[in-house]
Write a protein that binds this ligand. Structure first.
Ligand code: NAP
Length: 343
C-alpha cells in the first residue's frame, strides 16, 4: 500500500508518521509532503523521508492509495478532491469535509458502524470534540444525554507548530506575535478561532456541531466555551451534563470504566502533563451537581492528548478499520505487513 502524508512537517502530520510506524500499519511506501520541498528532518522505519512540495501535479503523479491530510482547510479543499477523483482514499484532519451531508465523522471507539467502507473521504473530527465524545458516548449509550455544557482548557499545540513556537518565544520574554488573541504566557485566552458574528468562536461551533454529529444526536442541547491555556500538549475539558434517565455517580463511573478508549480515575485528578503522548481519554472527578434532586445532573473532568487521539491516532485508526473491513486487496495488505515487520 502506498500512503501519503500531506503536512508531514507539522505537529499532526509528524505524529501521523510516528503513529503509522508505532502501529506497524501495512505500508509499502510512505510519501511525505509539505508546502515546500526539503530533505532534512523526517524518518520512517529507520530511513530518511524526503519531503516533497504538495502540488496537484506531484500528488496525481504519485497516485497514493491512501492520503492523510494534515495541512490546512485550503490545501484540503484544493488537493483532496483531485486525489479522491483519481481513486485515492483521503483521511482528512481539516474541517473542510466534516459537516458535509452523508459524510460520517468516525471515531472507532464511538461509532465504527457509521463508516461506509466504500467511501473515499474520511474527515477526522475536531480534536476537542473527539476527546469529549469518547467520554460522553458511554453515558449516552447507558442513560441518554439531555444536555451537555463544556468549558475547555486547550493546549497551544492545538494551533500547530506556530502555537508551540509562540508560547516558547513569550516564555523567553519576546513580545506576543498575534498567534493568539491575547498574550498566552501566564495567561488564559477565552477565544480559540475567529468569531463568526453571533458571539461564538469557530472552535465553539465545531465542538457543538461535531459532537452532536458523532453522537448521532442533532437535537442534543449543547453549549461550549473554548479557552487557550499555556500548556504545550493535551486538551482538558470541564463537562456538565444532564442524563435522560436518572442515574448515579457510581453508575456513570461504571459506564466509563468499561468504555473503550477511556481511563477512569476513581480518585484524585489527572492533568495534561499526565496524558502527553498517550492515546486514551482520561476522566476524573465524576460527581453530581450539588442540590440535584433528580439524579440527572453530573460533572466530570476530561483530558486527552489532542495530537494523538484527537487527530493522528484517530486518523490511523480509520485506516486500520478500513483494512480490517477488507477495503484493500488482502494480498497487498499481507505483503506489506510482512515487509513492515522486517524493516
Ligand atoms: N494541532 C492540533 O492539535 C490539531 C488537531 C486536530 C486537527 N488539526 C488540523 O490538522 C491540520 C494540521 O494542523 P497542525 O496543527 O499540524 O498545523 P502545523 O503544525 O502548522 O502544520 C501544518 C502543515 O501543513 C503544511 N502546509 C501548510 N500549507 C500547505 C499547503 N498549501 N500545501 C501543503 N502543505 C501545507 C505545512 O508545511 P510547511 O512546514 O512547509 O509549512 C505543515 O507541514 C489542520 O487542518 C488542523 O486544523 C490540528
Amino acid at each position: 500500500m502506498k500512503v501519503a502524508v500531506i503536512g508531514a512537517t507539522g505537529v499532526v502530520g509528524g505524529m501521523i508518521v510516528r503513529v503509522l510506524e508505532e502501529r506497524n500499519v501495512a505500508i509499502d511506501t510512505l510519501l511525505a509532503y509539505a508546502s515546500r520541498e526539503r530533505a532534512e528532518g523526517l524518518s520512517f522505519r529507520g530511513a530518511d523521508l524526503a519531503v516533497h512540495a504538495a502540488t496537484r501535479e506531484r500528488l496525481l503523479a504519485d497516485r497514493p492509495d491512501v492520503a492523510f491530510f494534515a495541512s490546512s482547510d485550503d490545501a484540503s479543499a484544493e488537493l483532496a478532491g483531485a486525489l479522491v477523483d483519481a481513486g485515492t482514499i483521503v483521511i482528512d484532519n481539516s474541517a473542510t469535509f466534516r459537516m458535509a451531508e452523508g459524510v460520517p465523522l468516525v471515531v472507532p471507539e464511538v461509532n465504527p458502524h457509521a463508516m461506509h467502507v466504500d467511501d473515499r473521504i474520511f474527515p477526522v473530527a475536531n480534536c476537542t470534540a473527539i476527546v469529549l465524545t469518547v467520554a460522553l458516548a458511554p453515558i449516552e449509550r447507558a442513560f441518554g444525554l439531555r444536555s451537555v455544557r463544556v468549558a475547555t482548557y486547550q493546549a497551544v499545540s492545538g494551533a500547530g507548530r506556530a502555537g508551540l513556537d509562540a508560547l516558547v518565544r513569550e516564555e523567553r520574554g519576546e513580545s506576543p506575535d498575534g498567534t493568539f488573541a491575547a498574550p498566552i504566557f501566564r495567561n488564559v485566552v477565552p477565544q480559540v478561532g475567529g468569531y463568526d458574528g453571533d458571539g461564538d468562536t469557530g472552535e465553539e461551533k465545531k465542538v457543538v456541531a461535531e459532537t452532536r454529529k458523532m453522537l448521532g444526536r442533532p437535537d442534543l442541547v449543547m453549549a461550549a466555551t473554548t479557552v487557550r491555556v499555556p500548556v504545550m500538549r493535551a486538551h482538558s475539558e470541564a463537562v456538565f451534563f444532564e442524563t435522560e434517565l436518572p442515574s448515579s455517580v457510581e453508575a456513570i463511573r461504571e459506564a466509563l470504566r468499561s468504555a473503550p478508549g477511556v481511563v477512569l480515575h476513581d480518585r484524585g485528578i489527572v492533568t495534561p502533563r499526565d496524558v502527553e503522548d498517550t492515546d486514551l481519554v482520561h476522566v476524573a472527578r465524576v460527581r453530581s451537581e450539588a442540590d440535584d434532586r433528580t439524579d440527572t445532573h453530573f460533572q466530570m473532568w476530561v483530558v486527552g492528548d489532542q495530537l494523538r487521539k484527537g487527530a493522528a491516532t484517530n486518523a490511523v485508526q480509520i485506516l486500520e478499520l478500513l483494512i480490517a473491513r477488507g477495503r484493500f486487496p488482502a494480498d497487498s495488505v499481507t505483503l506489506s505487513l510482512s515487509k513492515g515487520e522486517r524493516s
